[in-house]
Design a protein around this ligand. Structure first.
Ligand SMILES: [Zn+2]
Length: 319
């Protein structure tokens, strides 16, 4: 029986770590710098990025071993233009053959620091979008932006006020560490800003206020509603006030953003009995239709109120 041998392709020449390190050192000395970006090394150095990665894992590691600074200082960071970041994000997207670049993928293949991209743009997705790529945020094992928002919302309701970084660090009420928020948004303040932006993002498909009925762009829609209503009336000639068949302008579902706005307006307290999770953590707040949806009540802020679970149950018994 013929012997089958499995062999990896051999490298043409066995390159030593020292050869590479000495070359990096030489380039730094020639240029008179204590930090060299990989792009600069590629211009002046002898070895490829692949060879360096093969020997040291990352460029950063190689620099550390040589004894050079392995990160740009703030002055050097400021010199990097937004466009350079976009170009490098696009390059990595091309490299991994994807229309988006996760934070982890960038950390692996990017030429700049992923953290600093966060700092520059506030959000990872913002950088991606500006680079003309699809937003992603994080790989599956990372906590998503939405999860962060949900957690901020939960803590905010629990405290009945805007949570501080100290609440997250010292009070131990957050399921995620302060670093998780910092990593996702670039800082706690930035996380709060992103959250407020998210809450305030008006999505007409699921967030309408009564004001919308008067907006010019809704007039056509309103006309159609009136037509439908008139039609309905002819079927119910006997009773002019009959509103059976009333067409809802909003969906019954109260989305997270609208829910939070109602809770905030009501100071995170039950409108009926004043109970709040801030005083009693066992209190659960619900957002409820004042005029029930089944009776034609719309899902608009004016028709919503905050009730604790006890009062909410009491109310539905009455109705
Ligand atoms: Zn109550």
């Amino acid at each position: 029986m013929a012997e089958i041998k499995f062999e990896l392709n051999e490298y043409k020449r066995e390159l030593s770590d020292d050869e590479i390190l000495n070359d990096i050192k030489n380039v730094a000395e020639t240029l008179g710098v204590d930090y060299i970006p990989i792009s600069t090394y590629k211009k002046h150095g002898k070895f490829s990025q692949t060879a360096i990665q093969h020997h040291f894992g990352t460029w950063k590691n190689a620099l550390s071993i040589v004894g050079l600074r392995n990160e740009r200082n703030s002055k050097e960071l400021k010199l990097i233009s937004d466009e350079e970041y976009y170009r490098d994000l696009q390059r990595v997207a091309n490299l991994i053959n994807c229309d988006t670049v996760s934070y982890d993928a960038y950390k692996e293949y990017g030429k700049f620091s992923a953290e600093h991209i966060f700092h520059r743009f506030g959000k990872w997705n913002t950088a991606l979008q500006k680079a003309g790529l699809k937003g992603t945020g994080f790989s599956k094992d990372k906590i998503t932006e939405q999860q962060c928002f949900d957690e901020i919302e939960r803590i905010w309701i629990l405290l009945g006020r805007q949570p501080t970084a100290t609440d997250i660090i010292k009070r131990g009420i957050s399921n995620y560490s302060i670093d998780t928020f910092k990593r996702s948004f670039g800082g706690w303040r930035k996380a709060l800003e992103a959250f407020v932006e998210y809450i305030n993002t008006t999505d007409n498909s699921d967030l309408q206020t009564s004001k919308d009925y008067n907006d010019s762009e809704n007039i056509e829609e309103h006309k159609l509603d009136i037509q439908a209503f008139e039609k309905e009336k002819t079927y119910n000639k006997k009773n002019k006030s009959n509103v059976i068949g009333f067409q809802h302008k909003t969906s019954r579902n109260i989305n997270a953003r609208l829910r939070f706005k109602v809770l905030q307006r009501d100071n995170f307290k039950c409108c009926a009995c004043g109970a709040s999770p801030a005083k009693d953590p066992s209190v659960e707040l619900h957002v409820d239709h004042i005029i029930p949806w089944s009776k034609g009540g719309e899902t608009i802020i004016e028709n919503l109120q905050t009730l604790c679970s006890k009062c909410n149950l009491g109310k539905s018994d009455v109705l």
